[in-house]
Design a protein around this ligand. Sequence first.
Ligand code: 13P
Ligand code: SF4
Length: 330
Amino acid sequence: MTELAVLDPVVGFIEEEIDPVLDLFEEIERLKRQKNAVLLAHYYQEPDIQDIADYIGDSLGLSRQAAATDADIIVFAGVHFMAETAKILNPHKKVLLPDLNAGCSLADSCPADEFAAFRARHPDHIVVSYINCTAAVKALSDIICTSSNAEHLIRQIPDDQPIIFAPDRNLGRYMIKQTGRDMVVWDGVCIVHETFSEKKLIRLKMQFPEALVLAHPECEEAVLRHADFVGSTSNIRRFARESDHTAFIVATEEGILHQMRKDCPNKTFIPAPPESGCNCSQCPHMRLNTLEKLYLCLKHEQPEILMDEAVRLRALQPIERMMEMSVGVK
Ligand code: 13P
Ligand code: SF4
């Protein structure tokens, strides 16, 4: 029986030397079987993690999988708000996140106390919050949405009902454009999606005139206006798979390209260029998870997501509302 290490909360992940001859893929598979654990991974994880996951998906797909699993342990290869959502749905299961520091700029941009004050200034508004927010903000919300179902959900809200949309201003503005609803939008932004450069995108389109531009709605309006298709990660993937076109410029975190290239090895996928020459189209939070941290997290069943029960129960209601209102949405 393995001795379980204790997590140093300041570090946020298990630190332990790993024998370099160990085959981490095999070890992770063995631990998953032994502990009846399921590994859920977001498309923005590094390719090795995607390859070993039991399920890869977007935020909606991952939430649905988390709600449906009969595993005893859920290992979430994603960011903190995603693992929190899995815990909200599974209070009696152990939910693990390989690195507790894997946050999200959108969730960080919306502190619960400031959001409570904002909400209090608009007492007649219904609150639709993007799933990229903390459990405490979910607890202050009426309906949770993802980029897959936001439009579908907003269209179900009566026309005379004023709406607050939080925390992503780009998705909020895109939804205003799509639905014609005049929403009050929180001023949050994703540091990865705001970084794509319109000027460089225009140049790339001239270089590859046959390529379609596929963009995530977290991108700035200036980028979205050049897109042939706007959708969530799984919808971008599906669009490319089903399209007759053979070349695509993809404006979202570049981890998605791994599955797109596996789906369609004969098609060309070009990552949209960020403003500077850095690796800015890799999410620095998502990429904190590594195969090594994943292995140690499964081995020691740490770091674990824990949550105040009152917050969990309040946060569960808007998530359940999302699930009910988006049955059938892909
Ligand atoms: P989706 O996978 O739901 O499209 O979300 C993208 C994202 O930024 C997750 O953090
Ligand atoms: Fe958050 Fe953006 Fe990273 Fe997604 S890609 S986790 S929205 S910072």
